[in-house]
Design a binder for this molecule. Sequence first.
Ligand SMILES: Nc1ncnc2c1ncn2[C@@H]1O[C@H](COP(=O)(O)OP(=O)(O)O)[C@@H](O)[C@H]1O
Ligand SMILES: CC(=O)OP(=O)(O)O
Ligand SMILES: [Mg+2]
Length: 400
Amino acid sequence: MFVLVLNAGSSSQKSCLYSLEESIPDTPPKPLWEAHLDWTVAQSGGVLTVKSNDIRQRIEVEKKESALQILLDTLTTGKTKVLESFNDINAVGHRVVHGGAKYSQATVIDDEVKKAIASLIPLAPSHNPANLEGIETIEKLLPEVPQVAVFDTAFHTTIPQAAKVYPLPYEYYQKGIQRYGFHGISHQYCSQRTAQILQQPLESLKIVTCHLGNGCSLAAIDKGICIDTTMGFSPLEGLMMGTRCGSIDPQIPIYLMQKYGLNVENVNHLLNQESGLLGVSGVSGDMRAICKAMSDNNEQAQLAFNIYLYRLKKAIGAMVASLNGLDVLVFTAGVGENSAIVREKTCGGLSYLGLQLDLDKNNANPVDKNIAAEDSMVKILVIHTQEDWAIAQMAFNWTI
Ligand SMILES: Nc1ncnc2c1ncn2[C@@H]1O[C@H](COP(=O)(O)OP(=O)(O)O)[C@@H](O)[C@H]1O
Ligand SMILES: CC(=O)OP(=O)(O)O
Ligand SMILES: [Mg+2]
């Protein structure tokens, strides 16, 4: 059976096709086909990279409107073809970033679910519209095939009230203003994979997962249950990110409007797209470019890096306080998986926790490995997050 996964973000569309037998394998299988559409790498338009049949194809895409169809066509045509027809697909899973308070589990998509995703667009304006577009495109193409929404918020619905409710007048909590948390598919996958790699029961572990990609968040996971996370009502709270500021004094946006005449749209753009690593460095929101600029003695890039790490270290401390202890620290996503220097600096500032990195292991491009020193009291893992595989499993479960 074939399961298609669409993982739409603000500036990219990742997609995979898995071929599955009767039961789900213990470790993630290699997808049959993978496509990645990126709108940030080209001067104009987007770049689609497709991998299948041991080949890699690059296609320039001009218009966003036709992009998803071009991406899907590579499944059934050309050198990357792996299916005779779209009708061979048995189920489709979608990453949906914001599911609100209602969805604590993956669910089959119907009109009510689509309405809920649309109604949450103001809470995740860079993500939910793209998720909805993916769902509607597939609906036209494969009206009979079950589509499953897997929510980034679902894993966090166990967070206790003291961590969930903001200190605003209570009526706003009743109206839905609360901590939702995001990247839940990745945090959950990484916690389960941790138990697998260490061959220890998940129920015996206190874990902090650091999802450091374009968006960044931490989760505090006790016995497999999420008890706290750094993102909140929207994916803007918490850590400093590529272009998002993370937590700042809430008076600042008010002051920006009063003093500089910015309107709501301007402030929204400033905090979500012009801040973070990009805003401080003036160079880029991409950690690779920041590190390159630092090696060229760019002081603003160095400052951006220092703020990123300082805030990351403090936030890990807060998650450890929530957990009242720590057994495993996990690094994942683009920065967490690939940047040895970010891992080294983070761990260096946490030695009081009994956490000690093995520098050689850290520098050896670890994937799904423990990189802590032998005598470290806390394990340190690098895990390749496989959100797509987690989504595929949940979509598969709806077909049996
Ligand atoms: N070798 C690397 N060193 C440092 N950062 C990296 C490296 N490779 C990728 N990244 C970072 O990972 C980020 C993307 O992470 P990813 O998890 O793919 O993001 P998302 O899914 O949020 O789009 C990039 O912006 C880049 O900063
Ligand atoms: C929720 C979120 O921030 O997602 P991403 O990191 O993919 O932008
Ligand atoms: Mg991501």
